[in-house]
Ligand binder design. Structure first.
Ligand SMILES: NC(=O)C1=CN([C@@H]2O[C@H](COP(=O)(O)OP(=O)(O)OC[C@H]3O[C@@H](n4cnc5c(N)ncnc54)[C@H](O)[C@@H]3O)[C@@H](O)[C@H]2O)C=CC1
Ligand SMILES: NCC(=O)COP(=O)(O)O
Length: 339
């Protein structure tokens, strides 16, 4: 065992979803899945109840983060966070949101304190958190705020990237209503998002001068301004600014012909102007093994690319691939010198 090895911190996510059983199944298959040591910030009782629900005999041990690596070979380490909860797979419960948020923040504090290498978040139910006053659209923006709190001297401009073996995509606008996209989509936002993407692909993912393909917003990228003007007046100038800075940006491209196999050879990453423009192709091509990774943070965060999947919770049948890929990617990004 590497005495300096730090565990990956996993937040429990929405208790009614599949996150708990992903952690259980991942630990049970840790060798065959080649997983790094990890611990879950969550509730020990809840994990034990979910293990019983899916018919899994497993040892779960409550630990502090510094004990997790040593414990990992014997039992699933849990860092108790919040009160004991009752497991109701697929059923939203009042009063769990505080624990969900505390687990995410606790993991970030662990990284800041040198106790964890990186963070893998399990899916949250966004609407359930909004109802309790959570003011961030998702993890991505919340983690940006936590980065500014815990690393006040470092820049934190979170950018979402969905990374699969065949396709990398970045949505420039994320969780906003589609009607708001044109107003939010500014030249500066596109340039900033592309710069962070290019920098992190080079520094953390080993691309030299990554090729970024920017989608248009309108059908046929606006058809020379006849089907909408944003492509011509906002996206094209942003691409020109990026190219002037030496970034290998191209576009605006018609999005409908950007994702078939020959087209995918022409770029390293696609920047889409809104969520579904790029998450639909990314999940269609790589739903099982893509990872959601936040660029632009002073620490490493990944997550599976899927959501809470209430319909599968408690059945023990949810696919583990994306969660396992998220754990492996977090460990590699956090330990570039060792791997
Ligand atoms: N990172 C995060 O926290 C994310 C959270 N969500 C949240 O998840 C909730 C549900 O969202 P949906 O759009 O229904 O997406 P979803 O990903 O939970 O489910 C979509 C479909 O994929 C299936 N699926 C999801 N994960 C699977 C797995 N591991 N194995 C096999 N099948 C799987 C589900 O059964 C369902 O048919 C929402 O509240 C949303 O906010 C969604 C995406 C990411
Ligand atoms: N559709 C992707 C998603 O919902 C993940 O968002 P985040 O919670 O990682 O910001």
């Amino acid at each position: 065992m590497d005495p300096d090895q730090k565990p990956v911190a996993v937040s429990m996510g929405e208790p009614a979803g599949i996150g708990l059983e992903l952690a259980l199944v991942a630990w049970n298959n840790r060798r065959s899945l080649r997983l790094p040591p990890f611990y879950v910030r969550g509730d020990e009782t809840l994990l034990a109840e979910r293990a019983a629900a899916i018919g899994m005999k497993i040892r779960i041990e409550s630990v502090s983060p510094d004990q997790a690596v040593r414990q990992f070979s014997k039992s699933l380490p849990v860092v108790q966070t919040g009160p004991a909860l009752t497991d109701r797979p697929g059923e939203e419960q009042e009063g769990t949101a505080q624990s969900v948020v505390a687990c995410i923040e606790g993991c970030v504090e662990d990284i800041r304190g040198g106790l964890a290498s990186s963070l893998v978040t399990n899916p949250i139910n966004k609407a359930a958190l909004y109802r309790t006053g959570f003011s961030y659209p998702g993890h991505t923006e919340f983690l940006g705020a936590l980065a500014r709190k815990y690393w006040p001297d470092e820049p934190a401009e979170p950018v979402m990237m969905i990374a699969g073996p065949e396709l990398l995509v970045v949505p420039v606008t994320i969780h906003i209503p589609i009607r708001d996209v044109p107003a939010v989509l500014t030249e500066d936002l596109i340039v900033k998002t592309a710069e962070i993407t290019a920098r992190d692909l080079a520094d953390r993912f080993g691309y030299s001068n990554p090729r970024l393909a920017l989608c248009g917003l309108n059908p046929h990228a606006g058809e020379n301004g006849t089907i909408g003007t944003e492509d011509r007046d906002v996206i094209a100038p942003a691409v020109a600014r990026l190219r002037a800075k030496g970034i290998a940006a191209s576009g605006p491209h018609a999005a409908d012909t950007l994702f078939h196999a020959p087209a995918r050879k022409e770029y390293d990453c696609v920047l889409g102007m809104y969520h579904d423009q790029v998450l639909v192709p990314a999940k269609t091509i790589g739903f099982d093994d893509s990872v959601n990774v936040t660029l632009g943070l002073p620490f490493v965060r990944t997550s599976p690319d899927h959501g809470t999947a209430y319909g599968l919770a408690g059945a023990g049948t949810a696919r583990i691939d994306s969660f396992a890929a998220a754990l492996r990617m977090a460990n590699v990004l956090a330990n570039p010198e060792k791997l």
